[in-house]
Design a binder for this molecule. Structure first.
Ligand code: GDP
Ligand code: IMO
Ligand code: MG
Length: 428
């Protein structure tokens, strides 16, 4: 089983960090292929809790080589501070590899992200303010700065000047902000260059060779399917492709090399930031999910919007990612409800709709059609096998599996690595 993709099947925060960390002990490489430090992946190992933003969650497994692929946007200051934070806690980060083709987030990208949001006013996306969108925009506009540019001062200077020529006009004339000094940016970036140099590598070559040699490579998605710039709830999305195809472009590995695609699926639904969310709850149940589930953003500290499980979204994730498996997380959070509503379809303008509507207007009007499933009250956090679960919890999982279109191969019953029920091995 040389190459697997592990990605979010909903709007992010499904528990990808925990799932990646769980597999990290058995894989040779863990690769981030898109996004940047907008991600917040929580990993709990023993009594230690780690919040990873830019680094792949495999960094906590000693045998595993963590890789930041070409499709990631890298804030060099964040990279270095995350590395030193881990080093201080005794984590060896020396194996890290960073693609020379990955684009750099600079202070002007973060500034543009924040002022754009401010100017959008009530139409804002609710971004993480980490400069993600403006950095990808520069990449597509061909005025981006890449990691490899740090090692050619003349090219770096020319590129920063070219990027700022245009941006400074906008910042000064439209947003009423002070123009940014290109020399200062170049100086700051050069200040990171030597510290980052040992990690910079031709990651595409290394990963393809590794797969050819039968090594196990895990591609770890940030964000989630519904935040994908092509397949998500545009414009309320991030600016990259968390969906499975993104692993190919964002790491330089062909689709023929990928054997398995695992969708991480929360047993209910959450979302951070603006945008449509059919099963969102505004009542006590929503508050209960938020409290019991600890649904507060790892990156921005914002409360997550909470709602019931949405099978229409899960089916859509199966379709656009070609999912082979689901990893169902946070089943334990649902303990204690007498009945659990599950959204099986939408009602849009009086009609029942089984699939995610491709029209944004329709999706904004979608009302959930719920089926009630019986709940359970027993503590399930110690369950090790599927049959350890109460009958109603088993039935809940089976019902979700049937509605979602791919087998549920693992179930999370708590935040720790060990609090997982493995049904089918991901690595066989
Ligand atoms: P990610 O962005 O997909 O990695 O997810 P986050 O780390 O942002 O959010 C998931 C949260 O749920 C984290 O606090 C995890 O420690 C926690 N978590 C993951 N799996 C489980 C689970 O099965 N049960 C419970 N109770 N918590 C979990
Ligand atoms: P992980 O990897 C949840 C959301 C933001 C905003 C939108 C665009 O932890 O699942 P951006 O800063 O990316 O331009 O913001 O995307 N968002 C996330 N929501 N989990 C994440 O990452 C997210 N990363 C971005 O809240 O709505
Ligand atoms: Mg997260």
């Amino acid at each position: 089983m040389p190459a697997l993709v592990l990605l979010g099947a909903q709007w992010g925060d499904e528990g990808k960090g925990k799932a990646t960390d769980l597999l990290g002990g058995s894989v040779d490489y863990v690769v981030r292929y898109q996004g940047g430090n907008n991600a917040g992946h929580t990993v709990v190992v023993g009594d230690q809790k780690y919040a990873l933003h830019l680094l792949p969650s495999g960094i906590l497994s000693p045998g595993c080589t963590p890789v930041i692929g070409n499709g990631v946007v890298v804030d060099p200051a964040v990279l270095l501070s995350e590395l030193s934070g881990l080093n201080e806690r005794g984590v060896d980060t020396s194996k890290l590899l960073v693609s020379g083709n990955a684009h750099l987030i600079t202070p002007y990208h973060t500034t543009v992200d924040k002022v754009t949001e401010r100017f959008l006013g009530k139409r804002k996306i609710g971004t993480t303010g980490r400069g993600i969108g403006p950095t990808y925009a520069d990449k597509i506009n061909r005025v981006g700065i890449r990691v490899q540019d740090l090692y050619d001062e003349s090219i770096l200077t020319q590129k920063v000047e070219a990027a700022l020529d245009f941006k400074n006009q906008i910042l000064a004339k439209l947003y009423n902000r002070r123009a940014i000094d290109a020399n200062k940016i170049v100086e700051e970036l050069l200040g990171y260059a030597e510290q980052i140099k040992p990690f910079v590598a031709d990651t595409t070559l290394i990963l393809n060779n590794a797969i050819d040699e039968g090594k196990v490579v895990l591609f770890e998605g940030g964000q989630g399917t519904l935040l994908d710039v092509d397949h998500g709830t545009y414009p309320f999305v991030t600016s990259s492709n968390p969906t499975a195809g993104g692993a190919c472009t964002g790491a330089g590995v062909g689709p023929t090399k990928i054997n398995r695609v695992i969708g991480i699926l929360k047993a209910y639904t959450t979302r951070v930031g603006a945008g449509p969310f059919p099963t969102e709850l505004f009542d006590e149940d929503g508050e209960k999910l938020r409290t019991i589930g600890g649904e507060r953003g790892v990156t921005t500290g914002r409360d997550r919007r909470c709602g019931w499980f949405d099978a229409v979204i899960a089916r859509y994730a199966t379709r656009v990612n070609g999912l082979t498996d689901f990893f169902l997380t946070k089943l334990d959070v649902l303990t204690g409800w007498e009945q659990i509503p599950v959204c099986v379809a939408y009602e849009i303008d009086g009609k029942r709709v089984e699939e995610l509507p491709y029209s944004q207007t329709d999706f904004h009007h979608a009302k959930p059609v719920y089926e009630m499933l019986p709940g359970w009250s027993e503590d399930i956090s110690k369950a090790k096998t599927f049959s350890d679960l109460p009958k109603n919890a088993q039935a809940y999982v089976k019902a979700l599996e049937e509605m979602s279109g791919a087998p549920i191969s693992a179930i999370g019953v708590g935040p720790h690595r060990t609090e997982t029920i493995e049904i089918n091995s991901f690595l066989s």
